[in-house]
Design a binder for this molecule. Structure first.
Ligand code: NAD
Length: 379
C-alpha cells in the first residue's frame, strides 16, 4: 500500500515558505507515494501549482489534510488543521513544542504521530535533515543585507576621484551557522569583518572566513557542541570588553543563542549609547528576546544617539524559494528513512533520529521534556 503525503498553504503571517517543492515532489513520486497539495500551496514561494507534476491539487486545505497519511508543514499545524487529520497521521515540520501546550495536547488526543524537526539530533548523519542549519544560513545572509541597506555607509572601500571611502567595520556576534554565514556575506560585500563567540573552536572558523577574531576572554562551551549560558561574572566581563570595542564599529549583526533559553543579553542600552550615530544593529535573536537590550522584535527603531536597531523575525521566509527548497529537502531526507520500497511508511523506533524527534505518538507524548511541560511531573 502506498501512502499519501500532503502539504497545504502556510497561513501564519509573513510565512512564504512551503514544505513541499516541485523537486522534492518528483523525488517522492519516484518512491511510489501519492502526493496532494492545496491549491496555491507554493504560490508565495513562487512555485505555481502547474510546477508540481503528478501531484493532485485540491481546492482547499481541508481536502488535502483529510487525505494525508503524512503532512509536511513549515509552521506547526493549527488546532483546526489537527482536528481535520485522521488518527495515525504523521506530521513533520517545525513544532515548537515548548510554546503551545494546547497544540501538543491536541496532537496527543488526535493520536497524531508528530515530529518536531528542531529536536533532530545534530549528528553527522542528520546534517542533510537539519532545518535549523539550512534556515539559519539564510537568516545570516539576509541579516547582513538588511544591515547594508539600513547603513548610511558603503560596505566596501572605494577609491574615487572625489576621495577614498573607508570600508565599513562589521562585527558579527555569535559564530554558529547564521553567524558564519553573516561573516561570509559581509566579507563578500567588502566590509572589514570581525566576530566572536564563546565556543573556543569558532576562533579558527571565523579566521578561516577572512574575519578577525575578537578576543573577549570568555570561554563557555556547553554540551553537544553548543554554548552554555554565561555566569553573571562572565557576562560582565564580556560586556566590559565589548563596550569599548563597539564604539568603533559601523554594523553589528547579532546571532547568539543558547538552546532552550532566552537569547543571551550581550549588548546593553549603555553600550548602544556609546556607539557612533549612523551605526546599525541587526539582531536576529529578536524572536527569542534579543541579544541587544533595546531590540524590539519585528521593528526597526532609531535611538536618540542615532543608532538603528532592527529586530527581524522569520528571516528565512524572506528568501522563500531557496528556504523552501532547502527545507523541503531536509524533510525529504528525514522522511526517506521511513519510506519502504512499496511506498509505505515504516517508522524505525530504534533509530535515534526518529525516536528523539518524535513528540506525540499513539495518544502519548513521547518527548520527555514536552511531556513534563504539558502533563506536569509524573509520579
Ligand atoms: P545556536 O543558534 O544555538 O547559537 C548561535 C551561536 O551563538 C553559537 O555559536 C553559540 O556558541 C553562540 N553564543 C551563545 N552564547 C553566546 C554569547 N554569550 N556570546 C557569544 N556567542 C554566543 O548555534 P547553531 O548555529 O545552531 O550551532 C551550534 C553548534 O552546532 C555549532 O557547533 C555547530 O557547528 C553545530 N552544528 C552541528 C550540526 C551537525 O553536525 N548536524 C549542524 C549544525 C550545527
Amino acid at each position: 500500500m502506498s501512502i499519501t503525503i500532503s502539504a497545504v498553504r502556510e497561513t501564519a503571517p509573513g510565512e512564504r515558505r512551503v514544505a513541499l517543492t516541485p523537486d522534492v515532489a518528483k523525488k517522492l513520486k519516484a518512491r511510489q507515494v501519492d502526493l496532494v497539495i492545496e491549491h496555491d500551496a507554493g504560490k508565495a514561494a513562487s512555485f505555481p501549482d502547474a510546477a508540481f507534476k503528478d501531484v493532485e491539487v485540491v481546492p482547499d486545505a481541508r481536502s488535502a489534510l483529510a487525505k494525508a497519511d503524512v503532512l509536511l508543514s513549515v509552521q506547526p499545524p493549527t488546532l483546526e488543521e489537527i482536528a481535520t487529520l485522521k488518527p495515525g497521521t504523521v506530521t513533520i515540520g517545525y513544532l515548537q513544542p515548548h510554546l503551545a501546550p494546547e497544540r501538543i495536547k491536541a496532537l496527543r488526543d488526535a493520536k497524531i504521530t508528530s515530529f518536531a524537526m528542531e529536536l533532530l539530533p545534530r549528528t553527522t548523519r542528520a546534517q542533510a535533515m537539519d532545518v535549523l542549519s539550512s534556515q539559519a544560513n539564510i537568516a545570516g545572509y539576509k541579516a547582513v543585507l538588511i544591515a547594508a541597506e539600513a547603513s548610511p555607509k558603503f560596505f566596501p572601500m572605494l577609491t574615487t576621484a572625489a576621495g577614498t571611502v573607508r570600508p565599513s567595520k562589521a562585527l558579527i556576534v555569535g559564530a554558529g551557522v547564521a553567524g558564519l554565514q553573516a561573516i561570509a556575506t559581509a566579507r563578500r560585500l567588502g566590509a572589514q569583518v570581525e566576530g566572536f563567540d564563546v565556543r573556543p573552536e569558532t576562533k579558527e572558523q571565523i579566521q578561516s572566513l577572512g574575519a578577525k577574531y575578537v578576543e573577549l576572554g570568555v570561554s563557555a562551551a556547553g554540551a553537544g557542541g553548543y554554548a552554555r549560558e554565561l555566569t553573571a561574572e562572565e557576562r560582565a566581563q564580556q560586556q566590559a570588553a565589548l563596550a569599548e570595542h563597539i564604539k568603533g564599529v559601523d554594523v553589528i549583526v547579532t546571532t547568539a543563542a543558547v538552546p532552550g533559553r532566552k537569547a543571551p543579553r550581550i549588548i546593553s542600552a549603555d553600550m548602544v549609547r556609546g556607539m557612533k550615530a549612523g551605526s546599525v544593529i541587526v539582531d536576529i535573536a529578536a524572536e527569542t528576546g534579543g541579544n541587544c537590550e533595546l531590540t524590539e522584535a519585528g521593528k526597526s527603531i532609531v535611538t536618540d544617539n542615532g543608532v538603528t536597531i532592527i529586530g527581524p523575525v522569520n528571516l528565512a521566509a524572506t528568501a522563500p524559494i531557496h528556504a523552501s527548497e532547502l527545507y523541503a529537502k531536509n524533510l525529504y531526507n528525514f522522511l526517506e528513512l521511513s519510506i519502504t520500497k512499496e511506498g509505505d511508511l515504516n517508522l524505525d523506533w530504534n533509530d535515534e533520529l526518529i525516536a528523539k524527534t518524535c513528540v506525540t505518538h499513539a495518544g502519548e507524548i513521547k518527548h520527555e521534556l514536552t511531556k513534563q511541560l504539558v502533563e506536569g511531573a509524573q509520579p
